[in-house]
Design a protein around this ligand. Structure first.
Ligand code: G6P
Length: 608
């Protein structure tokens, strides 16, 4: 979603601000802008609908200076246009602001300001905020921001500059992340560490309802009520290599290829084959609550919800704990019943998804023990949960989640086995799973090696506009996730569903033009899925199958087969999804789609 970069220091800001924006491109946006204090008592600004490259092409002769800010906007209020892009100014033209989030009471505030003569230039909620700051401004920028924010309902991460305060940035957050990179005599305020890393690995995280005043001389942090807050400078966990493409064509492909090592990192220090146990330090203090849980609710959005669905199967089978998975956006509003003994697991790659965060708070307010499964270290969800397990798969830049999905399933599997051993899972059974877990990375390695063959299949089917993905049991979430990958990046309509459900409606769609992807590995429901394949074939549907190595019988039913190594059924989701990630990737590339920046999508959805 929207991205914030602001700089103050001794260097010329323009290239730092533009480079920072490029680092945030992956988050999804539709317009961009930049503003710099020009050293002559003015603020120079340029903004543009479209890609950052369009903005860049307009910057010839644009003044430079040592303090400024830049922004990528993902439209919520008002279409993507030059006018609606950030920064926005107050009526006097002295104060400029960039904003992530949504000002929910912007209409009421706008009317209040209009009655006082303010004329708005854009359709955005953001302009209302900067006009309000301008309305309260009497020479003290910090106090005007604070007063304005008192009237605001909604979420924000903001950076504000003022021509009367050269070198100063006022930043504040509520519900939208902000990090301040701390360099030597220079500071970068950003919504994502990726924009900071090139300049420094030292940073402070602003928490909700906190504000920072940053200048080339240092920074001061307070609450929104002006109570001083002392902040520890922390070392950022990611490296530049993590967020750079290297020799890969796209981040999505890089991250698919990285999955074996990402899973090895995820298991490191946790899966101990020799001692036959799983150690999860992050939830050690909550083992009792988890082992005695009467019910586990897993909540998240998008791909994280799919991983949660695998978790439902894992907890019920391996630990015999009733489990259910719920979209965070539904969970938060339906007054969920949280009994004594309910544990809520909150899943999020970014740790910032607005609906997931709200679900967390709902669960916590109702007294549940809330466990986080998060990738982004130090993110809001990671901080607000009682305990948690990080994925440790490294930053994920590709908008279509790949390695984070596999990491989420891996963490759920580790938790389920860990609890299962304390409930019903025998030691020999656990040992068998531990051995199998350790071999998952090399199994994935053998699948990514089939990338070219998968590409050929994508080539053959790339023009089909509707696809069906079918699976049963553990392969059902894989069907959903496989379909999501295809539609996200190639814009092909795809639906995933439990294979048997196909007969209750979707079978009407089957024709010779409809590719049907079956996840048909050797497992407890193999015979049933073969019957479903027969049903599709009888209607001349075209079948692509993901099957277990050695299962040549399947070739009589499927036109194409992607073979995957065998694994215990609960671990198969980490393996079967890989050919489907590659299928979606190649289909998107062959259709000329921008894989890492799919239209309309955002990597981290920080609005409801
Ligand atoms: C967005 C992304 C999805 C992601 C979902 C949840 O929609 O495009 O790829 O699965 O948000 O994100 P989270 O960071 O909470 O896992």
């Amino acid at each position: 979603m929207c991205g914030i970069v602001a700089y103050t220091g001794y260097r010329q800001a323009r290239s730092i601000l533009m480079e920072g924006l490029k680092r945030l491109e992956y988050r999804g946006y539709d317009s961009a802008g930049i503003a710099i204090l020009d050293g002559n008592g003015g603020i120079r600004m340029k903004k543009s609908a479209g890609r950052i490259a369009v903005l860049e092409s307009k910057l010839n002769g644009f003044a430079d200076g040592t303090c400024g800010m830049s922004h990528t906007r993902w439209a919520t209020h008002g279409v993507p246009s030059d006018e609606n892009a950030h920064p926005h100014f107050d009526a006097s033209g002295r104060i400029a602001l960039i904003h992530n989030g949504i000002i929910e009471n912007y209409k009421a505030l706008g009317t209040y300001l209009e009655h006082r003569g303010v004329v708005f230039k854009s359709e955005t909620d953001t302009e209302v905020l900067v006009q309000l700051i301008g309305h309260f401004y009497n020479g003290d920028l910090e106090s005007a921001v604070r007063t304005a924010l008192r009237d605001v309902r909604g979420t924000y991460g903001i950076a504000v500059i003022c021509s009367e305060h050269p070198g100063k940035i006022v930043a504040a957050r509520k519900g939208s992340p902000l990090i301040i990179g701390v360099g030597d005599g220079e500071y970068v305020v950003a919504s994502d560490a990726a924009a900071i890393l090139q300049h420094t690995t030292q940073a402070i995280y602003l928490h909700d309802c906190e504000m920072a005043v940053v200048s080339e001389d240092g920074f001061r942090t307070t609450t929104l009520d002006n109570v001083p807050v002392t902040k520890e400078v922390a070392e950022l966990e990611m490296t530049l290599d993590d967020i750079e493409l290297g020799s890969h064509k796209h981040f999505m492909l890089k991250e698919i290829m990285e999955q074996p090592s990402a899973l090895a990192d995820c298991m490191r220090g946790r899966v101990n084959q020799q001692e036959g146990r799983i150690t999860l330090g992050g939830i050690a203090n909550f083992t009792r609550e988890l082992v005695h849980a009467k019910r586990i609710i897993i909540t998240g959005c998008g791909t994280a919800w799919h991983a949660g669905l695998v978790g439902e199967y894992l907890f019920e089978e391996l630990a015999r704990i009733p489990a259910e998975v719920e979209y965070a956006s539904e969970f938060r509003y339906r007054n969920p019943i949280i009994d004594d003994g309910t544990v809520v697991i909150v899943m999020s790659q970014s740790g910032e998804t607005a609906d997931t965060l709200a679900a967390l708070r709902e669960a916590r307010d109702k007294g549940a023990c809330v466990i986080g499964i998060v990738n982004a270290v130090g993110s809001t969800i990671a901080r607000e949960t009682d305990a948690g397990v990080y994925l440790h798969v490294g930053p994920e830049i590709g908008v279509a989640s790949t390695k984070a999905y596999i990491g989420q399933v891996m963490v759920l599997a580790m938790i389920a086995m860990h609890l299962g051993r304390r409930r019903n899972l025998s030691q020999p059974m656990l040992q068998e799973y531990l051995d199998a877990l350790k071999s998952v990375p090399e199994k994935i390695e053998s699948i990514v090696a089939q990338s070219d063959a998968i590409r050929d299949v994508a080539e053959e089917f790339k023009n089909a506009e509707n696809w069906l993905y079918l699976g049963r049991g553990y392969n059902y979430p894989t069907a959903l996730e496989g379909a999501l990958k295809l539609k996200e990046i190639s814009y092909i309509h795809a639906e995933g569903m439990p294979s048997a459900e196909m007969k209750h409606g979707p079978i009407a769609l089957i024709t010779k033009d409809m590719p049907v992807v079956f996840i048909a590995t050797k497992n407890s429901q193999y015979d049933k899925i073969v019957s479903n394949m027969e049903e599709i074939r009888a209607r001349r549907g075209r079948i692509i199958a993901v099957a277990t190595e050695g299962d040549t019988d399947i070739e009589s039913l499927a036109e194409h087969v992607f073979y995957v190594p065998d694994a215990p059924e609960p671990l198969q989701p980490m393996i079967t999804i890989v050919p489907l990630q590659l299928l979606a990737y190649h289909a998107a590339v062959l259709r000329g789609c921008d894989v890492d920046k799919p239209r309309n999508l955002a990597k981290s959805v920080t609005v409801e």
